[in-house]
Design a protein around this ligand. Structure first.
Ligand code: FE2
Length: 128
């Protein structure tokens, strides 16, 4: 997975890069557990960790965009809201119903949204 998002070397941009790596690790760990039908006890901590790293990523990127008066702030923010909404919906269903083929397919769709966002929208922000 390519996470070569470039930001100027500031403290906030370093936090964005560090948390972005954590977010990608959480996504990879969750996909692994779902594909291998690991138990909810094993997977729930990853589900929670991913939500925390996603919330932190959105917070850090929003802060950075405000600092630099980023022109595409509203569009970028709209995509974050969709990612948070879709992931929270996945989390709610997973916690109620546990692992299944359907929940894996749902997460695969969200996974594709994450990758698309990283490669298209975050990369553009990183190059700003
Ligand atoms: Fe983003």
């Amino acid at each position: 997975m390519d996470n070569s998002v470039r930001y100027e070397n500031t403290a906030s941009s370093q936090s964005i890069i560090t948390n972005h790596k954590r977010l990608i690790q959480d996504i990879a760990a969750l996909m692994f557990n779902l594909e291998n039908q690991r138990s909810p006890e094993e997977t729930n901590p990853i589900v929670n960790s991913l939500l925390q790293s996603l919330i932190e990523q959105v917070r850090l990127e929003d802060e950075f965009m405000r600092q630099v008066a980023y022109p595409d702030f509203n569009q970028h923010r709209r995509e974050h809201i969709v990612l948070l909404r879709d992931y929270n919906e996945f989390k709610r269903i997973f916690e109620n119903c546990g692992p299944s083929t359907l929940i894996s397919l749902r997460m695969q769709k969200i996974f594709n949204l994450f990758i698309d966002h990283f490669q298209r929208v975050d990369r553009k922000l990183g190059a700003y």
